[in-house]
Design a protein around this ligand. Structure first.
Ligand code: FAD
Length: 462
């Protein structure tokens, strides 16, 4: 096992994981079962959502088909347990790219799929009364450079002209009003639309606990070392772990940035990218109030995103200004046990620097942590069958933007498993489909010029 490409021990502790859930290191049984109908690898947002949706199907709900979740470290200790908590369905950036590269139908699908996550996740939280600080708000997506602001405006105009869905909620403020509309110093343009935020770790831990209560076997601290490349005579796959092997009729790779360690066919398709996030607090009893969540773009590739929690603290991630040129510190990196040295101090004075009204807040950085994202070659996740391996499924590669993409992607995979539905018949944007053509394609997505530039600089990977 190449230790480079697997989750590492001693990961940095995120704010979200500073108070571990009782199921954080849960093992439903002392030993692994020798076989399971479905083995889900990874207990993050994608793995937990897959389990949740499978349990909506009678066979799984009634225990006629068994499910095992294998997690390398603690439950929800990957990107989901260390992200920005921002469920920010993007109605214009990715849509504009999709419109340009593949056309209106694909742009509509991709946009609406993200937008629908806000309701789908919000409804579940309400229905099951999940204690995870869910807030529906608006986001101000701000450009601090003229060129970017002009591009924001152009994208919205093009999408509107093409009649792409999801824009009725989107408003643009130009250089005259952007600073006032966003409260962000030096804003040159600002797009606002509906967005949500939540406590991602608590949301996922609820799904996992509920799955276990319904009979799912959850095994933390159980890394999968390999999955056989050929099935046995009965069509079952051998899932190898240091605690023994499990035979599985279906295997789901919900392994995000770590996927290529188990599925080498996705090498150069999903690349691990290290991100950084922080919590900022103030000693004041009533910190300045932010009416919206925010995204701050400093250049095409340097941006931050932030939410304010009900206790007044801020969760802010990004900090690319601090490390973007230091490639080796973030690109093709699997290790979330360390911070990026060049970005460690980035968040100090952040609110005072960027937000009107925060100058006297005495805000300071309380915590900084890192996490591993799975960036894909074309900017969209790989969801569906693993080509050529019947019974293997992938739901991975959310390119640092999983909160509005994962939940319904997992639903699509659950329906392929439980109902034998075909990829083309499930509710999933075509841009996400894990087709053999996409696996083989060398074509790059326009928004991933940065990815290409990086690949050129570092040369092809083995
Ligand atoms: C710092 C940071 C900030 C982010 N901020 C945001 C944000 O604000 N909004 C947003 O939309 N997205 C954000 N993201 C991205 C978002 O967190 C991810 O897209 C999403 O959580 C992906 O969920 P997942 O379940 O696919 O991956 P993960 O949560 O990473 O789960 C994968 C799991 O698989 C396990 N695993 C991997 N390999 C193996 C193996 N071999 N055996 C067993 N288990 C294995 C891992 O340990 C992990 O628990 C951020 C990510 C980071 C790192």
């Amino acid at each position: 096992m190449d230790s480079k490409s697997f989750p590492v021990p001693n990961s940095t502790t995120s704010f979200w994981r500073s108070d571990p859930h009782p199921f954080d290191s849960h093992r439903s049984t002392e030993n692994l079962p020798s076989a399971a109908d479905v083995v889900v690898i990874g207990a993050g947002y994608a793995g937990a959502s897959t389990a949740h949706h499978l349990l909506q199907h009678t066979d799984f709900a009634h225990g006629q088909r068994s499910m095992l979740i294998l997690e390398a470290r603690e439950a929800c200790s990957g990107a989901t347990g260390r992200n920005g908590g921002h469920l920010n369905a993007d109605p214009y950036n990715r849509a504009a790219t999709a419109l340009e590269s593949v056309g209106k139908v694909a742009a509509d699908e991709a946009t609406l799929f993200e937008v629908r996550h806000m309701k789908a996740v919000g409804d579940l939280i309400k229905r099951e009364n999940i204690d995870c600080d869910f807030v529906m708000t608006r986001v101000t997506d701000v450009c601090l450079y003229e060129e970017g602001a002009t591009r924001q405006k152009t994208k919205i105009e093009k999408l509107t002209a093409a009649g792409v869905a999801g824009l009725d909620d989107v408003f643009f403020s130009d250089h005259k009003t952007a600073e006032r509309a966003s409260g962000i110093k030096g804003a040159k343009g600002c797009v606002s639309h509906t967005a949500c935020h939540l406590y991602p770790y608590r949301f996922v831990m609820h799904l996992l606990r509920s799955a276990v209560a319904q009979g799912v076997n959850l095994q933390t601290h159980t890394p999968v070392e390999a999955v056989s490349s050929e099935p046995d005579k009965e069509g079952r796959w051998t899932v190898q772990t240091p605690r023994g092997a499990v035979l599985a009729s279906k295997v789901v790779f919900a392994t995000n940035g770590y996927t290529t360690a188990l599925l080498p066919e996705l090498a150069q398709k999903i690349v691990p990218v290290r991100g950084i996030c922080s919590r900022i607090v103030t000693p004041k009893p009533y910190p300045p109030y932010l009416p919206t969540s925010s995204v701050l773009h400093f250049s095409d590739h340097e941006y931050d995103y932030l939410i304010q929690r009900s206790d007044g603290s801020i969760i802010v991630g990004g900090a690319r200004q601090g490390f973007y040129n230091d490639l080796g510190s973030w690109f093709d990196v699997y290790d979330d046990s360390e911070l990026m040295e060049s970005a460690e101090k980035y968040f100090d004075g952040y609110m005072q620097r960027n937000f009107h009204g925060w100058e006297d807040s005495e805000a300071y950085t309380d915590k900084v942590w890192t996490g591993i994202m799975g960036y894909t070659d074309d900017g969209f996740p790989y969801v569906g069958n693993v080509p050529g391996k019947q019974g293997q499924f992938v739901v991975a590669g959310f390119s640092g933007h999983g909160m509005p993409q994962v939940f319904l992607s997992a639903k699509a995979v659950a329906s392929m498993i439980a109902d034998d539905a075909r990829l083309e018949d499930v509710d999933l944007p075509q841009l996400y489909h894990s087709t053999s053509e996409r696996f083989a394609s060398k074509q790059r997505h326009i928004s991933l010029q940065a990815f290409d530039a990086v690949m050129q600089k570092i040369g092809p990977k083995n």
